[in-house]
Design a binder for this molecule. Structure first.
Ligand SMILES: Nc1nc2c(ncn2[C@@H]2O[C@H](COP(=O)(O)OP(=O)(O)OP(=O)(O)O)[C@@H](O)[C@H]2O)c(=O)[nH]1
Ligand SMILES: [Mg+2]
Length: 321
């Protein structure tokens, strides 16, 4: 399925049912009291987290959602049935904004977590509800209220514990495949990965998720390559892994490029824990060069699996899992 991480949808809650105007009619009771029931409340709409969903694709295709109205009240003090609420499933990591006012409404970051997006209209009161000691035969009733309507802007920012960044071709997808059961596309040309891939690392009793992002190049912040918009998918990650191809002429300059590009997108991201992983050590002839950086550093071959065990061990420690 196509990776869609933004969607505009229209949601309309149900209207409330009208209150009823009615008087009791019984044999031998010429003037019965008021017995008009209340209208039911209209159905509200909620977004709900569903871990099985990976993108907002379903919502990009179906854009209009309407909840059921409340039923009208009736005579004999019968209240109208309320409208069912409508639940719209979204992937974990969905931010909800009002598209018109641009106001942030909430976020869905847990399975089955619900956020109310539009409230159903209140049902109107029937005339029985207006009976008082001074007015025993009220001839008023209320109409049900309209349901709320809204246009929503949904933005997905993936929930991953670890974000994998690097230049194109560094071996990010190969490493994801080595760490998890994911099957990302891998190829010897740049920009193989066009949208983020998620994988789950299973390590005995614990598990955590890793997001493999499309490659970043110099001037990505000016729109070069695939640009930087997908970087929002690591904004929720707790730890960043910089994957550097050690067989390139200047690996540290490549790291520098990544830092500069990410910083021009959102410097806050760089406050996260960072780990440097030098990849493709199988291509080194002779001794593997070592680099002095003030971050935890690993040397691996994502292709052969060499060094990957130590890296996983280190990750686990840093994530505190
Ligand atoms: N020799 C060697 N080749 C590797 C290693 N890791 C990855 N490769 C190769 O490098 C190429 C790029 O690998 P990918 O995993 O697709 O790289 P990527 O970083 O995901 O690239 P983009 O998705 O384009 O950003 C492929 O031909 C891989 O087989 C490694 O440790 N050693
Ligand atoms: Mg890739």
């Amino acid at each position: 399925m196509k990776f869609i991480d933004e969607a505009i949808i229209y949601v309309e809650a149900g209207a409330g049912g009208n209150g009823c105007l009615s008087f009791r009619r019984e044999k031998f009771v010429p003037k019965g009291g008021p017995d008009g029931g209340d209208g039911g409340n209209g159905g509200s709409i909620f977004l709900i987290g569903d871990a099985k969903l990976e993108t907002l694709a379903d919502l990009a295709y179906r854009r209009h959602y309407r909840a059921k109205p409340g039923r009208h009240g009736m005579g004999k003090n019968m209240h109208g049935v309320k409208g069912d609420e409508l639940l719209i499933s979204v992937p974990l990591g969905t931010d909800i904004n009002d598209a018109q006012t641009k106001r942030y409404i909430g976020e869905i970051v847990a399975e089955n977590k619900k956020v109310l997006v539009v409230r159903g209209g209140k049902g109107g009161r029937g005339n029985a509800s207006f009976k008082t000691s001074t007015n025993t035969t009220p001839t008023i009733r209320e109409l049900g209220k309209e349901g709320q309507k809204r246009k929503l802007h949904l933005v997905l920012r993936l929930l991953a514990d670890v974000g994998l960044v690097g230049l194109p071709n560094a071996g990010k997808s190969t490493l994801l495949k080595q760490l998890t059961a994911a099957h990302p596309k891998i190829a010897s040309y740049p920009f193989t990965t066009l949208s983020p891939n998620l994988g789950v690392v299973k390590d005995q009793y614990i598990s955590y998720t890793v997001a493999d992002l499309p490659g970043i190049i110099e001037d990505a912040h000016k729109g070069k390559g695939l640009g930087l918009t997908f970087l929002r998918h690591i904004e929720r990650a707790g730890l960043l892994v910089f994957l550097i191809d050690i067989s390139q002429p200047n690996p540290l300059a490549d790291y520098e490029t990544l830092i500069n590009e990410i910083s021009s997108y959102n410097p806050e991201i760089l406050k996260k824990q960072q780990v440097l992983v030098f990849n493709k050590i199988d291509l080194c002839s002779g001794e593997i060069p070592s680099f002095k950086v003030d971050k935890p550093t690993y040397y691996v071959s994502a292709l052969t699996g060499e060094g990957v065990k130590e890296f996983i061990k280190g990750l686990k420690k840093q994530l505190g899992v």
